[in-house]
Design a binder for this molecule. Structure first.
Ligand SMILES: [Fe+2]
Ligand SMILES: [Fe+2]
Length: 133
């Protein structure tokens, strides 16, 4: 990865508050942040990097949904709808991400991770993890 010093301001750090206590989910969440960082810290990320982030997000959502179903989580439908909204938002964003990645795209991606993914993890995933653990 071509890491540019000036781009390091975009780096997203893993925080204790993101932890759900379910290892398989925490690993997925870390992997998603790592892939986002790969894009955010590179001057010239490739389209494949943007798409890989989408598949990591979607594979993770399917994994959570399977777990929720198995454990008969009562908030399943609402949680799944939340996943759909986040997926759709990233697909829309993905269509706007350019190579090389411009500043507006970088800002939109960083805020998507912090506002949509991280907020979902802290609110919904933690609630669900309390039930399935
Ligand atoms: Fe999650
Ligand atoms: Fe979730």
């Amino acid at each position: 990865m071509l890491k540019e010093k000036a781009l390091s301001v975009f780096e997203i750090d893993w925080k204790v508050e993101f932890e759900t206590g379910v290892e398989v989910l925490d690993n997925d969440h870390k992997d998603i942040i790592q892939q986002a960082n790969k894009i955010l810290l590179s001057k010239r990320p490739e389209v494949g990097d943007y798409q890989l982030l989408l598949s990591k997000i979607e594979n993770h959502f399917r994994r959570e949904e399977k777990l929720m179903m198995e454990k008969e989580y009562p908030g399943f439908v609402r949680h799944m709808q939340d996943h759909q909204v986040i997926s759709d938002k990233y697909k829309k964003l993905l269509a706007a991400l350019k190579v090389p990645l411009d500043m507006p795209g970088r800002l939109r991606l960083a805020s998507f991770i912090m506002e949509d993914i991280a907020v979902h993890v802290k609110r919904e995933d933690k609630k669900m993890a309390d039930h399935i653990r």
